[in-house]
Design a protein around this ligand. Structure first.
Ligand code: QAP
Ligand code: CO
Length: 152
C-alpha cells in the first residue's frame, strides 16, 4: 500500500473530468482501492473518489466511522427526502458549505471481488455517497453549495 497525492481543484483539471467505468477488476484496481483507503485515513477524511488521486476510474471509498466501504461503478438507485448539512472535501481544502442532498439513498455497484453490492445510507452516509459519486462526474460540492452572505 502507498499514499497517493491528493489533487486540488484549483491546480488540477482532472477533478473536472468524467471517470470511466471499471470493466476488469484486477490487481491494479485492488492496489488503487488500498491506496485510496490509506490516503483517506492519513488525511483524516471520511471519503475519497479515484479522480481525487488522479485516476479517472469509477471507484470510491468511504468510512464515516462504521468501517470501510469500497464501491466500484457506484450508481444511485433510489433517493428520498432532503437534508442540508455542511460538507468539506480533501480536494477543496479549507472550505466548508452546506449542500442540499437526499436524506436517504440506495447505491448499487460492485465490491472488490466483482460481486454485486448494495448500500443504503441515511444522514452522513447518504451525504458521503452522493459527494463521492459526484466526483466521478467531475462535480464538486462547491458547485452545489448554497453560499449566502447575511448582514447582521
Ligand atoms: C466527503 O470529505 C464528505 O477541508 C469527504 O481541512 C463530506 O473527507 C462526506 C477534510 C461531508 C460526508 C460529509 C476537508 C479534511 C475532509 C478539509 C472529507 C480539511 C480536512 C473532507
Ligand atoms: Co470530495
Amino acid at each position: 500500500m502507498a499514499l497517493r497525492e491528493i489533487k486540488h481543484y484549483q491546480k488540477d483539471s482532472v477533478l473536472r473530468k468524467k471517470s470511466r467505468p471499471i470493466d476488469k477488476i484486477d490487481d491494479r484496481i485492488h492496489t488503487l482501492l488500498d491506496d485510496m483507503a490509506e490516503t483517506m485515513y492519513a488525511s483524516e477524511g471520511v471519503g475519497l473518489a479515484a479522480p481525487q488521486v488522479g485516476v479517472l476510474k469509477r471507484a470510491i471509498v468511504i468510512d464515516i466511522g462504521d468501517g470501510l466501504i469500497e464501491i466500484i461503478n457506484p450508481k444511485i438507485k433510489e433517493s428520498h427526502g432532503e437534508q442540508l448539512e455542511p460538507e468539506g472535501c480533501l480536494s477543496v481544502p479549507g472550505i466548508a458549505a452546506r449542500v442540499s442532498r437526499p436524506s436517504r439513498v440506495v447505491v448499487e455497484g460492485l465490491d472488490r471481488r466483482g460481486k454485486d453490492m448494495r448500500v443504503e445510507g441515511t444522514g452522513l452516509l447518504a451525504v458521503a455517497l452522493c459527494h463521492e459519486i459526484d466526483h466521478l462526474d467531475g462535480i464538486l460540492f462547491i458547485d452545489k453549495a448554497n453560499i449566502s452572505y447575511e448582514e447582521d
